[in-house]
Design a protein around this ligand. Structure first.
Ligand code: NOJ
Ligand code: CA
Length: 751
């Protein structure tokens, strides 16, 4: 008996003390898990170099106010012993419904560590690590158990301890928006740069700390390692930010001066001593109560992700985030299709025309709860004087439909078709839109019939103005209306602060709202493209009808003062890690003052705009400029590329990449041997030696090459470009020059 006791003790001892290690399939990454006393920690190396130094894992829990007095909640931070560890291997290849490549390999080694926390009760926490050749994913799992049933999260305390003062491409951490320009700085410079990095003018801003940043966060180490921190499969959980712990950090929730509506957090709880410099700690988005999560076991956190390579191109071709998401949840996906579209949109963004029908009404009251004598009916709009600037009118929409039909664009987005825009941007107004009642000059039936007769569909627009309760109440009717008239895609929007008040765009409850809409849309065979919604975490794998999001600073900002020329050389490293962006490229008339009172101008050349159809991968691509610009003799040759470029691919090869400098990618059209190449660069210009070794040997191709003219420049000569044609074969090389703020685009059609 005594012998058996010692045998068991010795068998268990390594579990208590020794580190657990797994390697990625090729062996180039190593993940180590251990206990620091009783605190769980992990570390990551790549080709023998440190990526994440030993970093703690854990969560602070909040006391439920309904719990009996004096019952303090025990955090899931320390007091742990290892109960068991399990390792496994997984290797499968799957086919996305749409994507950059036809096949995606999901190959990882896994370590699952079951921890037991002794205390007032016994709690079980599982840490699951998946190690790929391109990075790491790990998450917290909370199995069903008597002593951990319902719980509230005060905050997650996942650390990412960096090895030094890396260069980072970062956005200020914000609970509501990421419509900002990315900053490039050392980690140590974030605090000093923070205030000026915030887009204080956005319709909803809630920054929380002068060292808080958003994910996906892209970094580069002094010795050339690229590291990207983000998350995957954020479901029923708040969006994660990262807070850099620097010597000046006194409390992790420092209120910033000047935030328009920043949430005032409760006093920070007493904290463990600060970790060493250059450590990021997770910071979740609170809900209206200030708490970060309301959980019920069994449940789990999203995956925390670390993508790593010594080659920047690998950051862009990584499928780690998609792989960490669950497989497709929809049985029938036949109705989901990549789509190129144009829309009645840019002219409103630029300020030339309007979403609203009349300027006569100081406000309108719609809505289910509005007393009938206050409620405005559709016919009331007929009694008002139209402002003459309402763009979503029958005549104009017909023209857009004709244009789409002539140019192979499948859909026409129409914004401002439904009543309520007269005072839509009011911060606290709940009953803004009903998503069903058209303005008097928009013939819902007639325009849809006309579109369908031309082989085109209209694309629905639901601006919710962040009144989510209102939207959810109308959702079923709104989607049913879409089915009735033949719409199969909706662009939704969440401008302004969340209503009901106090909640944030990236909270657990809001993340649940967005997913609810996507799931309900799937029941109606509707594809969703949500603007201002939470930043994506790869959920489009599970719900491929989530064909796009904005969730970053899009082309619209070219009309609000401009995006820096390097902006689109950063987004694929950051925002696009979680899923495609509806960036809305294709503005060929870059000088807005030539046709409007808007003095802003687009910070790229014409060829830079063409390149975005390749470098900003999305199954949804807009030709965002006005039809009359595309038809102009000086711009029509460039528009030909937008007509030709597909948005569904079998293969993609990232040929060159450096964050904020340049990206060159070649993609093979779905089901064909046609290739399209795009290259976008920053304000410095770029030289590319394009080796056509991806073409099929022995085959002849007709290449059309769209390049910036030698004297082109995004500032003073953006519209100078050349189109040349060439016969090309595998193995040939093209030398191509991109102007400052420019790029190139090539279509290579197989004979
Ligand atoms: C902001 C969106 O990003 C933009 O595309 C849309 O036109 C406006 N909201 C109005 O919904
Ligand atoms: Ca927006």
């Amino acid at each position: 008996m005594k012998r058996l006791f010692w045998q068991i003790l010795f068998a268990l001892l390594p579990l208590c003390a020794a580190a657990q290690t797994i390697q990625s399939p090729s062996g180039q990454l190593t993940l180590t898990f251990s206990l620091d006393g009783t605190r769980p920690q992990y570390a990551l190396t790549y080709k023998g170099r440190d990526v994440i130094l030993p970093s703690h894992l854990g969560l602070e829990l909040a006391r439920d106010k309904h719990a009996s007095r004096g019952m303090e909640e025990t955090d899931l931070i320390d007091g742990f012993a290892i109960e068991k560890t399990e390792t496994s291997t997984f290797d499968e290849t799957w086919q996305p419904v749409w994507g950059e490549t036809r096949d995606i390999r999901n190959h990882y080694n896994e370590l699952a560590v079951t921890l037991r926390q002794a205390g007032a009760g016994e709690r079980i926490l599982v840490l699951r690590f998946r190690l790929y050749d391109d990075g790491l994913g790990f998450r917290y799992e909370f199995p069903s158990q008597p002593d951990l049933n319902y719980f509230l999260i005060q905050d997650e305390r996942t650390e990412f301890r960096m090895t030094g003062d890396h260069t980072a491409w970062w956005l200020p951490g914000d609970y509501d928006t990421q419509e900002q320009q990315t900053q490039e700085s050392r980690l140590s410079e974030i605090r000093a740069r923070f205030h000026d990095a915030v887009n204080w003018g956005n319709s909803s801003v809630a920054v929380f700390s002068p060292t808080g940043v958003q994910t996906a966060l892209q970094m580069r180490t002094a010795d050339g390692l690229y590291i990207n921190l983000h998350e995957a499969a954020c479901v029923d959980y708040a969006t994660m930010h990262l807070e850099l712990v620097d010597p000046q950090t006194t409390a992790l929730t420092t209120r910033l001066q000047g935030a328009s509506n920043a949430y005032t957090p409760p006093p920070a709880p007493a904290r463990a001593p600060l970790p060493p410099p250059f450590t990021f700690v997770s910071h979740l988005t609170p809900d209206a109560t200030g708490l970060k999560g309301a959980m019920q076991t069994p449940c789990r956190s999203p995956w925390r992700t670390v993508i790593v390579s010594d080659d920047a191109r690998d950051m862009l071709s990584s499928n780690l985030i998609l792989n960490l998401n669950e497989p497709c949840a929809l049985d029938d996906v036949s109705w989901i299709h990549p789509t190129k579209y144009c829309g009645v949109w840019w002219e409103m963004i630029v300020g030339k025309s309007a979403w609203n029908y009349t300027d006569e009404l100081p406000s309108v009251q719609l809505g289910l709860d509005t007393p009938p004598d206050f409620r405005l009916a559709a016919f009331d709009f007929r009694r008002t004087t139209p402002n003459g600037r309402h763009a979503a009118n029958n005549e104009k929409v017909r023209r857009y439909i004709d244009f789409a039909a002539r140019n192979g664009l499948q859909q026409v987005l129409v914004e401002g078709w439904n009543v309520g825009w007269e005072d839509w941007a009011n911060r606290w107004k709940r009953d803004v839109f009903d998503f069903q009642t058209p303005y008097p000059d928009f013939d819902l039936q007639g325009l849809n019939d006309y579109a369908h007769s031309k082989g085109v569909r209209l694309m629905m627009h639901h601006e919710t103005s962040s009144s989510t309760q209102n939207y959810e109440r109308y959702l079923e009717d709104a989607y049913a209306l879409m089915n009735r008239y033949g719409y199969d895609a909706v662009k939704s929007g969440y401008v302004g602060d969340i209503i009901p008040r106090g909640d944030h765009h990236y909270s657990q409850s809001m993340n649940n709202h967005y997913l609810h809409c996507v799931q309900q849309a799937a029941r109606h065979h509707i594809m969703v493209n949500a603007h201002e919604a939470t930043r994506p975490t790869g959920l489009c794998r599970t719900y491929p009808n989530l064909v796009g999001n904005e969730s970053a600073r899009g082309t619209e900002y070219e009309a609000f003062g401009g995006n820096r020329p390097d902006h689109t050389c950063i987004l694929p490293f950051t925002r696009l890690q979680g899923g495609p962006m509806d960036y809305t490229p294709g503005i060929l008339e870059t000088q807005l003052s030539t046709w409007s009172d808007n003095t802003s101008w687009v910070r790229t050349t014409v060829c830079g705009q063409l390149a975005l159809y390749l470098t900003m991968y999305s199954p949804l691509q807009m030709a965002a400029d006005l039809p009359e610009h595309y038809e102009r003799p000086d711009l029509a040759p460039a528009f030909q590329f937008i007509r030709d470029v597909p948005c569904d691919w079998d293969d993609s090869r990232y040929l060159e990449a450096e964050p904020a400098d340049y990206i060159t990618v070649a993609r093979r059209q779905k089901g064909s041997d046609n290739w399209f190449v795009g290259s976008k660069c920053d304000e410095n210009g770029h030289q590319t030696t394009l080796k056509l070794d991806f073409l099929q040997p022995g085959r002849t191709y007709d290449a059309t090459i769209y390049t910036d003219a030698p004297d082109a420049h995004y500032q003073h000569n953006p519209k100078a470009y050349n189109v040349t044609r060439k016969t090309v074969r595998c193995g040939q090389t093209l030398k191509l020059t991109s102007a400052p703020g420019g790029g190139f685009a090539v279509s290579i059609i197989a004979r």
